[in-house]
Design a binder for this molecule. Sequence first.
Ligand SMILES: [Zn+2]
Length: 272
Amino acid sequence: MASQIGFLVPQNTADLHLDPASYTRQRTDAPRNSIVRVYFEERDLTLSYYNNRFDLYCGDYVFVEGKLDGVQGRVVEVNYNFKIKSSDYMRVIAVADTDVRGQFYFAGSHFVAFQPSVLPAEKVKTWFMPACDGDEEVISSYDDTSFLLENLNEWNVSTAVAKHGKEYYMANKVEYLCLNGTKGYALVQGSHMYEVEFTYEDGAVSRLTCSCYCCSHCKHEVAALLQLRETLEQIGEHYGEVYKQTGYFAAVSRSALFTYAVDTKETGCFTL
Ligand SMILES: [Zn+2]
């Protein structure tokens, strides 16, 4: 019998270890000290950082301290054997949580999930921004105006803001949108990632705020509401019954889901 060279040939199926769990990389919560090389696509730059907070792997999306604070990078090398002076190195301060499991439905430009545990806002935020500094005070305020989502034309924004907001919406800059009961939240990509919050009840929008520097209503809010309108229409048309069961949905752009939840994986499985 010809021998197989260079391949491990299992003698029986038991040796294949066909347990799906074995395909999933087991990330531990415990940090594992490492020196990592991080590639910053935005700057076409690769730099080394000390990591003592996470268990990092190649392909992880991270944020770091120092000059490139706020610029997302990708781990391209992990080294566990090192001896350094810690003062010589900046550190990794955040890693994107890309562990996503659950059922997604097609809804136009986005995928939609109806189980709150599948894609909570807190998880998706880690894809786009470092965690908020605990010491920083976040202040928000709103007046008592409200308007119908169906009637955005009556909303008091300038023509320019409405036009730019529509452009953002058309370009799929609303990366994430969720509605938990009446509480809405969206992440909109501008020069930074901005957070839009609102209340949506009986077809009316109120308590609308955005984390950008505009002092009046802005294009990010317009984009988020146009996306809300589209997604609610899609859900009403195709998934009304499923939505009714939880009163919750999270919509994520196709590109964001693939970039963070799919492209970062080397093992795992996928069903369509
Ligand atoms: Zn804004």
